[in-house]
Write a protein that binds this ligand. Structure first.
Ligand SMILES: Nc1nc2c(ncn2[C@@H]2O[C@H](COP(=O)(O)OP(=O)(O)OP(=O)(O)O)[C@@H](O)[C@H]2O)c(=O)[nH]1
Ligand SMILES: [Mg+2]
Ligand SMILES: [Zn+2]
Length: 259
């Protein structure tokens, strides 16, 4: 039986995560599958159900003219720190809110709430401990936000370079954070994530003097996997390199707002 990578990964989710009424769209995603054809059909139904919910989210974001940015990376690359610093700089000019996903704890929400932005924490242990945010989980989190009062919604996805890239949540754009402590080979090892994102942040550049990280190789690999993707080299600790990143967000938000 042949399964594409995308389908194989989605099948992993349909089999090993607890039943998700909405994600499965009522489909028997967890039932044991015997025939190869049937497996592929079920995988498609899981992905289709997510896509339908993502489109619904997208329509809502469009109606409320909110620009939505999905932020992804491996655990600990600096998503929350980058967001803390980004919010501090943007809040005076852009009305922001955050949805942050983790399997457990409200640590990140607590850190982000200090920015003054509304923050909704999702703990996926309530949704079967999922290692990604699916569209129906975002829809549920939206119940805690007033979309008419914001222009920018940033979603900090669960730390994972693999499956978050597979799940459309209705966002306008995706940003991946790669920190220099992870090694320059990560884009080559997890190409889907870097292909699916619209912009990349190379974080923790303040640590470069202490590492053997091959910066040029990382940038060249990113360029091969996703030609012309903007790459901003930053330090969330020192805020070095933040201006071009902030300018990218400002332009993206402005492009979605009514003229
Ligand atoms: N030196 C340095 N440390 C950083 C930088 N950005 C983040 N860190 C540190 O890296 C660690 C992880 O940062 P977080 O912001 O929590 O990373 P995260 O991606 O949100 O982690 P998860 O949500 O658990 O996936 C923390 O100890 C941060 O202080 C940076 O630019 N330079
Ligand atoms: Mg975090
Ligand atoms: Zn997952």
């Amino acid at each position: 039986m042949f399964l594409s990578n995308r389908n194989a990964k989605a099948l992993h989710h349909s089999h090993f995560h607890k039943p998700q009424g909405k994600e499965a769209g009522g489909a028997p995603a967890m039932e044991r599958q015997r025939s190869g054809t049937r497996e592929i059909q079920v995988v498609r139904r899981v992905l289709d159900a997510n896509d339908i919910m993502a489109d619904r989210n997208r329509q809502r974001f469009q109606a409320e003219q909110v620009f939505v940015l999905n932020m992804m990376s491996s655990p600990g690359s600096g998503k929350t720190t980058t967001l803390q610093k980004t919010l501090a700089r943007l809040m005076p000019e852009i009305r922001c809110a955050v949805i942050v996903g983790d399997i457990c704890t409200t640590n990140d929400a607590d850190r982000l709430a200090a920015s003054g932005a509304p923050v909704v924490q999702i703990n996926t242990d309530e949704f079967g401990g999922d290692c990604h945010l699916a569209a129906h989980v975002i829809e549920k989190a939206l119940g805690g936000l007033d979309l008419s009062a914001i222009d920018l919604l940033i979603v900090e996805n669960i730390g994972n370079l693999v499956c978050p890239a597979e799940f459309d949540i209705g966002e306008d754009a995706r940003v991946v954070v790669l920190s220099v402590t992870e090694g320059e080979d990560k884009p080559a090892k997890y190409p889907l994530m870097f292909r699916e994102c619209d912009v990349a942040l190379l974080n923790k550049i303040d640590l470069l003097p202490y590492l053997d990280f091959d910066r040029q190789l990382a940038i060249d690999t990113l360029g091969e996997i996703h030609p012309h993707m903007p790459i901003f080299e930053i330090s969330a600790k020192t805020e070095a390199g933040f201006e071009p990143w902030l300018a990218w967000i400002r332009d993206a938000v402005r492009a979605k707002l009514p003229a």
